[in-house]
Design a protein around this ligand. Structure first.
Ligand SMILES: Nc1ncnc2c1ncn2[C@@H]1O[C@H](COP(=O)(O)OP(=O)(O)OP(=O)(O)O)[C@@H](O)[C@H]1O
Length: 255
């Protein structure tokens, strides 16, 4: 399956944030999206999800424009993990994770035993089973983020769009999410993940796309794209890119 942008121009009220965007995400692929604050990563995601109408150009899911997809069918195939923020969900954690099953239920259906088992498995993967009876709004920001990720996993989409999923997580949970992302890729999901840590792209052996100067560019493997020069150009800081072993590179900022 393929999620594709053709000649996309995206923005607000007629003002373009990004233009000349051509891109494709395939199942079984991880693309890490880099770009400085305000570059347009969330704008790109909102456009790919059909929440923000493109100023021009097309977004296609399996060759069909996304506006022609039935919303429930689209939601079965494309999951979204928004940037961490306090969502007003006065529900239990189990209920929030079960919301991920909504697109799979019939019009008036409610989640059944299989949905609850799946929700439980997703919570297990993220080590949050002990939170299942807690009220979502009473959790810490990082705990809420893990619940939102579990909800997206319960959706069992073909594509997962993740907007800085690790930003509010402690070091251990960040690594757990990166491991989950790698496992999902092996299960043939297509994943696009915005991150402010270029090392995530090395850890995921991912492809990289960069939002910079009003467009999306440089799609290729992390080892080919992420260089000291590119990081200086994007973030304006000096970073050494060094081999950790035969295959993996790491970023070491100069301070
Ligand atoms: N609803 C909106 N109306 C008008 N302009 C907006 C709106 N949302 C975002 N913008 C502008 O679009 C630009 C891109 O914002 P966006 O949120 O896409 O950046 P980002 O790359 O996700 O940033 P960050 O890394 O800080 O999350 C910014 O200049 C922002 O001010």
């Amino acid at each position: 399956m393929k999620l594709e942008i053709q000649n996309g121009k995206f923005g607000y009220g007629g003002n373009a944030v990004l233009q000349d965007v051509n891109f494709e995400l395939n199942t079984g692929e991880i693309v890490c999206l880099l770009g400085k604050n305000g570059a347009g990563k969330t704008t790109l995601f909102k456009s790919m999800l059909g929440v923000l109408k493109p100023l021009s150009g097309s977004i296609l899911l399996n060759g069909k424009p996304i506006e022609h997809w039935n919303r429930q069918q689209f939601a079965r195939l494309v999951g979204y993990i928004p940037q961490a923020r306090s969502l007003p969900f006065p529900f239990t954690v189990m209920d929030v994770v079960l919301f991920g099953r909504t697109a799979h239920l019939s019009a008036f259906g409610s989640p059944g035993k299989r949905d609850r088992i799946l929700a439980g498995e997703c919570m297990d993967l993220l080590n949050i089973t002990h939170l299942q009876h807690r009220t979502f709004t009473h959790l810490s920001g990082g705990e809420q983020q893990l619940v939102i990720i579990a909800r997206a996993l319960a959706q069992q989409p073909a594509f997962l769009i993740m907007d800085e999923p690790t930003s509010s997580l402690d070091f251990g949970n960040q690594i757990n999410i990166i491991r989950q992302v790698n496992a999902l890729k092996n299960n043939a999901l297509g994943i696009m993940m915005a991150t402010h840590s270029p090392d995530h792209a090395f850890m995921c052996n991912a492809n990289v796309a960069v939002v910079h100067q009003g467009t999306l560019r440089k799609a290729g493997h992390a080892n080919d794209i992420i260089s000291e020069q590119v990081l200086k150009e994007i973030y304006g800081v000096d970073v050494k890119v060094r081999p950790l072993d035969d295959t993996r590179l790491v970023c070491v900022p100069e301070v």
